[in-house]
Write a protein that binds this ligand. Structure first.
Ligand SMILES: [Zn+2]
Length: 264
């Protein structure tokens, strides 16, 4: 009984949010048109994404760094791209954090590592985005804008910093950024690794040998980056990913409960 009452309360609350956070029609059309991998989604998906984006905008807090102004168009673009991976999983997947910090451009982060001889190495890392456990999530707007699924000259490569960083959020739900999202059982985790790791090893070989790949070579960095980059490919260039890495594609299709390569 209590759960039904709770459900009704939640539905009423959501209905109020959807009214308050209703997305302007013209802005919605412009946003979808700017993202070709979204534009080809069926109307039913787009309607659900629009609803989810309203709830996302209500739950998350955007802030601009260094005077950068996050307007409605920027926030909506991020929201709808972030919602796509969790279309079938639900927004609660992102409950662990609230803040999203937007920069105008990539951020240079000073890094320090100490090697086995105790020598400290300092270097700069250029970040298009960064997800940390518990948030906030950081994104560069210049890089988000480059994430529309540029097919360019063949072979097409996927690039989408929003999907990439939110895939890291999903990966970290079990507390460890290791390329394995939160799965129901230890057996599921073993089955996941039995597909992911051979695909990762093959990918690294291809990169070392200098072959072209659908996924960005950065995916060879580590299994967690491989999962994040593969998620970009899964949503932005699904048919190409399915052809190059069929087992990996199926793994992601069963996790995300979507089959974007099958879209007409
Ligand atoms: Zn990453």
């Amino acid at each position: 009984m209590i759960s039904r009452w709770w459900q009704r309360l939640r539905q009423r609350r959501e209905a109020r949010v959807l009214e308050r956070r209703a997305i302007d029609e013209a802005l919605w059309q412009r946003t979808v048109a700017s993202l070709p991998f979204l534009a080809e989604r069926p109307a039913r998906d787009l309607e659900r994404l629009r609803r989810m984006a309203s709830l996302f905008l209500d739950r998350k807090e955007f802030s601009g760094a260094g005077g950068f102004v996050v307007d409605d168009a920027i926030a909506l673009s991020v929201a709808v791209q972030a919602c796509l991976p969790v279309l079938e999983l639900g927004l609660a997947q992102y409950d662990a954090f609230v803040g999203i910090v937007m920069h105008a451009d990539a951020v240079v982060a000073r890094r320090e590592v100490t090697d086995e001889h105790g020598i400290v190495h300092r270097y700069d890392e250029v970040l298009a985005g960064e997800a940390m456990e518990g948030g906030p999530l950081m994104l560069s707007w210049a890089d988000v804008q480059g994430g529309g699924g540029d097919s360019g000259p063949a072979p097409p490569t996927a690039y989408n910093v929003v999907i990439h960083e939110f895939a890291h959020v999903l990966d970290m739900r079990d507390g460890v950024p290791d390329g394995v999202p939160l799965l129901p059982t230890a057996e599921d985790r073993r089955a996941w690794l039995a597909v992911l790791m051979p695909a990762y090893d093959r990918f690294c070989e291809r990169v070392v040998c200098g072959y072209d790949t659908v996924l960005d070579a950065y995916a060879a960095e580590s299994p967690d980056e491989f999962f994040a980059v593969a998620s970009e490919g899964f949503f932005v260039t699904p048919r190409e990913l399915k052809e190059e890495q069929p087992a990996l594609y199926q793994l992601l299709a069963s996790y995300y409960r979507q089959d974007p390569a099958a879209l007409p």
